[in-house]
Design a protein around this ligand. Structure first.
Ligand code: NAD
Length: 260
């Protein structure tokens, strides 16, 4: 019998992170959830994953802007499960605004949550992963790690940075069984996307319906949102033994967006 592997997924109380947590639990991985939200809802999610999949699921509410809390998230997982074998850096926020009006506090928060937190988690897990000769680090980047859109300066900068971090860490882990890859989703209908529709409408002087049709789905040749289940399945593959030779890669899952 194989030993169950243990995963930490940042920002997994909602959207893509929760989709990845669900896919991992279905594959038999123990999961440490993280993220914000209503305490009762989070407990319901945690208990539901345990019950449905027969794995251990815990929750730690570390704030990804706080390096000390991030280090505690990793050490608490190691104490509870014995190891962190799979790390998914997924927590992220968005802010849509022309660069000359972009609030400085939003820039700092986006760089901290979407980019720097992945450095802090990686730093905290890396030595033990190398020592065990196995590790999977999966960074949820974005199509915006490869191409830009106007009015998303901080997000695009952070996501391009995540891809650079992915490549550097992949090279450092390559001889130690530790892979590091990025997933680059197009538009997935999660609270993060739903929340930016009104701001994009304002910035582009469009109705909200026009934003969905002409900005969001216009970007994706499939004209369909990517689903959290599809991203979860890709992450589960990258976490598996069969993905041992994939490292430093950027996996587009964007309905053809960056092929244009
Ligand atoms: P979401 O808003 O549904 O989920 C974001 C998660 O991050 C939540 O669990 C939230 O609580 C958590 N979070 C936010 N700030 C945090 C903080 N300071 N500390 C800890 N957790 C925090 O959004 P989502 O769409 O599921 O986004 C998840 C990731 O996917 C992000 O990195 C995002 O950039 C990326 N992404 C999303 C899309 C999309 O279309 N939805 C496309 C490409 C990439």
């Amino acid at each position: 019998m194989s030993i169950p592997r243990n995963a930490v997924i940042t920002g997994s109380t909602s959207g893509i992170g929760l989709g990845i947590a669900t896919a991992f639990a279905a594959e038999g991985l123990n999961v440490m959830l993280n993220g914000f939200g209503d305490a009762d809802e989070i407990e319901k999610t945690r208990a539901g994953l345990e019950e449905n999949h027969g794995v251990k699921v815990l929750y730690n509410g570390a704030d990804m802007t706080k390096p000390e809390e991030i280090r505690n998230l990793i050490s608490e997982t190691e104490s509870a499960f014995g190891s962190v074998d799979v790390l998914v850096n997924n927590a992220g926020i968005q802010h849509v605004s022309p660069v000359e009006e972009f609030p400085e506090a939003k820039w700092d928060a986006i760089i901290a949550i979407n980019l720097s937190s992945a450095f802090h988690t990686t730093k905290a897990v890396f030595t033990a992963m190398k020592k065990r000769g196995f590790g999977r680090i999966i960074n949820v980047a974005s199509a915006h790690a490869l191409v830009a859109s106007p009015f998303k300066s901080a997000y695009v900068a952070a996501k391009h940075g995540v891809l650079g971090l992915t490549k550097a860490v992949a090279l450092e882990g390559a001889e130690h069984g530790v892979t590091c890859n990025a997933i680059c989703p197009g538009y997935v209908k999660t609270p993060l996307v739903e929340a930016q529709i009104p701001d994009t409408a304002k910035a582009r002087n469009m109705s909200e319906e026009e934003v969905v049709q002409k900005v969001i789905l216009e970007a994706q040749p499939t004209k369909k949102f990517v689903t959290v289940e599809q991203v979860g399945a890709l992450a589960a593959f990258l976490a598996s033994d069969n993905a041992a030779s994939i490292t430093g890669a950027a996996y587009q899952i964007d309905g053809g967006w960056v092929a244009k």
